[in-house]
Design a protein around this ligand. Sequence first.
Ligand SMILES: [Fe+2]
Length: 488
Amino acid sequence: LGRDPFTLGVAAGDPDPQGAVLWTRLAPDPLNGGGMPARAVPVRWYVAEDPGMRRLVQRGVAAAVPELAHSVHVEVNGLRPGRDYYYRFACDGDEESAVGHFRTAPLPDTQLQQLRLALCTCQAWNSGYYPVLRDIARSDVDLVLHAGDYLYEYSPLQNARGRTLDAERFSGETVSLERYRDQYALYKLDPDLQAAHAAHAFAVIWDDHEVQNDYSGIHPEKPGVSTEEFIVRRAAAYRAFYEHLPMRSTPAGNGGLRVHRRLRYGDLAQLSLLDCRQFRPANPCGVGESARCEAALDPRMSMLGVGQEAWFAQSMVAAQGLRWNVVVQQLLMAQLQLDAGTPRERFWNDAWDGYPLARNRLLQALQTGGTGNAIVLGGDWHSTFVNDLKLDFNAASSPVVATEFIAPAISSGGDDTPYGPYYGPSIPQNPHIRYFDGDRRGWWKLQLNRQTVDAELRFADSVLRADAEVRTAARFQVVHGRPGAVPV
Ligand SMILES: [Fe+2]
């Protein structure tokens, strides 16, 4: 190939007791379409028990094909449960990739004592650097949950990194398959993002920006684009998402990709990963903020779509008897009523507040999985929340059915502080919101034990420097059987 093809790093994803998905993409000229010949290229892969790659346990050859941008997805099986593994790729010359690490999940009947998760979201490349991902790379976690906005469709020509990019390739919004690929390559070149992937297995879901801001199902954010045009753009975006992430290949209809899935960690936790974008109808009350409209109270309004909602009900049956029932999704699930009690009272329709009856159905289904063990994780808001989830947020007497942690952005928003002043005054009117910060970038470190979930909030001093410090800002605890996080 002449040049190093492993410019975009390596990644492992969706671990189970037998293995994981191992990913790389050959791209010797990453910001210029990849720079690969228009033919399939063999890629050797190795899995070992040691970081020096001496005690090999599996090896094989995969084909990197031009139809998938010369990405490689090796679905490894036959490994041992609950173990550390290392992996590497190599090409026909002497080119070798970096070595990555992942940990397989334990067997479902294992009495597991502890699971450590990183929860992160929203990594706009143009807004700043990734000290948050560097901090995650250095932390001892079993799995990184990325709740979406892994990529933004906006032009990165103007960026906080001061980086000059090809004005023709990167101007305007990302619409074509070629541009989505270049945009992923730009993100993937970041050394801290590569380090986080090399250090830990990820489980990634998407939010809106992997396609377009605030889209819903087959409906674009703004009118003026036909459904036919939008569905072609969406299919290109979904395909590029698969090409750049360690996902199992599960196509869905309409040029879709199945993102909702379950991961299991012994008898300690089940993680149900949701897709709140692909199957939902257009916002019943319109895009943006508004008062709650009549259409939002139509019981046919769904967030997950009929098929995923039925799958979620099964998922909650599968969670019975486990210590923790974890739901990983992309949006703010708790109600956030803005300027309550005034003529300006309103909700943000893009999140679960736009689909209140679908939220109630989900929270009711959650109770099937057990009492007081449900944890909901999310992102999207570029803010940090800790919430009590209730069937009726307006009734103090309505019991708490789950605890919600919303991750701050990795970088989106930069060092600006736009949301504290905007949302802050409404927070006291929403007493189920136990903690809010609208102005800082960071991540949650969540440790699931048998009796508690211990949550540590990490904030970066800045995202305008790659080497900025990241520090613990707050700690919360959830006690098993007693939903609702308390500060510790
Ligand atoms: Fe975002």
